[in-house]
Ligand binder design. Sequence first.
Ligand SMILES: [Zn+2]
Length: 325
Amino acid sequence: MKENEIRPQELFNELLRLNRLDIDKYFHNANTKSIFCPACESQGVHTFNKNEFGFDECPKCKTLYVSPRPYREYFDAYYTDSESTKFWATTFYKATEKNRREMLWKPKAQMILDKINTFSPNTQKIVDIGGGYGIFIEEFLKISSLRHLVVEPSEYLSQVCREKGLDVLMKFLEDIQINELSDATKTFVSFELFEHLHDPKEFLDTLHKLMNKNDVFIFTTLSGMGVDIRTLWDESKPVSPPMHLNFFNPKSIQILLESIGFETLEITTPGKLDIDIMNNSKENLKDRFWKDFLEYSSEEEKNNMQKYLSKNLLSSHMMIVCRKV
Ligand SMILES: [Zn+2]
């Protein structure tokens, strides 16, 4: 798989261009608040500005995060009707749907089923938080007979899911009452949501309260220790506020989870794209080792390096399995 197959550079650049216009519209002169490290609550150190947002890095756990952070109301308006959000959900989505289904969602469905079999074989129901167009659950139900629920706050996307015959709860996680979820043993999943959250701790607290003891939560997010993010740093395209605000890493996410009452069962970085992402932005790479590595190495050597990075928790695509204890 190549980055261009799931994230064509032309469309991605257009998304980033619209995003910059939306920043002027929704975040200009926004009220902000400085925050501590969202993982370990240490005082962060300012590292760079991007799109007019400041980024702090935690000196203790290396979490990279937006601070000062605009108040939540600005993000709510941005996600409700900004041009970049619409472009992402329509043009970008449609142009990449087929490739994403085949290259991302099919293998992800199998991976999640394997994790459930390993860590939570008694699961009766899978709950997808922020299920979007429902493609993950569609693919999952092709290989599993578990019961399912999609939690999706957007009216439009909920309707798309219903038309596919999926069970949907049209709500934000924090608005769900515990009696709206059955007593079944559940595995909750969420994909590429965590980096967007205004308050990750509050999200996990809310989820923890909705879970039964021994229920499992599996999620993916960007790791700030991923090699493409570390080497490209402020030039890294996924470092793109206001969309992405939090870049935890395999060690810092564990600190946060355990502070809330989750037991971490497994953290992996199954990403496959880091080297290709670096290659697509190599004019912005400053580090001589990586710059020269990309020029000097064969495809096979690059593949080997990618495998090594994934295996050693150094890819920027991270997957976490944890359990409520
Ligand atoms: Zn920290």
